[in-house]
Design a protein around this ligand. Structure first.
Ligand code: ATP
Length: 211
């Protein structure tokens, strides 16, 4: 991350990729400027929040003009380190893991899964989506300086793998297992439980419609 950038609140930082993707599309379609109302409609964030977020980026919208798309894009590129690829390791080449390896975030090219780990002898030693699959025993040897991991293993093995990753200096974990992971404070875990997300969506639709 560029240290010259002002410190952005975490809630704002989380919305950056959303803004970035939309602005890239706008840029590709030849648009030079965008209003906060248009952005709000597209990314489903209220326009007051967008204006506040953008003021952190030094982007002040002009009344009747909106925001300069090029300015915002160059800011996002710098802030999100789009020029630098972050290498990622994936654990568990099951259904979900295989889907990620095949997808490999290729349209979003600042992150790339460069290696995967599994314990199944049928998978170890193969390549999936062009990514080599190593045995979990090789974690310490192969991981190198990789700082981000995706977990798509069965829940019961998520914590022991996490402990080994912590020992190796991992900084962030995207946890797709239902396990609640215990990590030291300086390590960031984002937990995505697809089953819970889906259930919660269905619950909201049932009880609140789409108000
Ligand atoms: P998914 O949950 O992704 O749909 P699945 O149902 O195909 O996967 P799971 O039993 O959830 O299979 O296992 C996911 C993957 O994790 C499998 O490929 C399995 O071999 C692998 N796996 C199991 N234990 C470990 C472990 N200790 N370390 C790494 N990988 C493991």
């Amino acid at each position: 991350m560029n240290n010259e950038q002002p410190k952005i609140p975490q809630a704002t930082a989380k919305r950056l990729p959303l803004y970035y993707r939309f602005l890239k599309n706008l840029h590709a379609s030849g648009k030079q400027r965008v209003s906060s109302a248009e952005l709000s409609e597209a990314v489903k964030v209220d326009s007051a929040t967008i204006r506040r977020d953008f003021s952190y980026f030094g982007a002040l919208g002009k009344k009747g003009y909106g925001y300069n798309v090029n300015y915002l894009l160059s800011f996002f590129r710098k802030t999100l380190d789009q020029d630098e690829t972050t290498e990622v390791a994936l654990f568990g080449v099951g259904n979900l893991g295989t889907a990620f390896l095949n997808y490999n975030f290729s349209k979003n090219n600042n992150t790339k899964i460069v290696m995967a780990f599994d314990v199944d002898p049928d998978k170890v030693g193969t390549e999936v989506g062009g990514v080599p699959v190593y045995h979990l025993n090789e974690l310490e040897e192969k991981l190198g300086g990789i700082t981000v991991a995706i977990l798509t293993v069965p829940a019961q093995v998520a914590q022991p793998i996490t402990d080994r990753l912590v020992q190796k200096g991992i900084k962030g974990i995207l946890n797709f297992t239902p396990a609640r992971l215990h990590v030291p404070e300086h390590i960031r875990v984002h937990h995505i439980d697809l089953a819970v997300e889906l259930q919660s969506l269905v619950y909201f639709l049932k009880h609140y419609g789409n108000e």
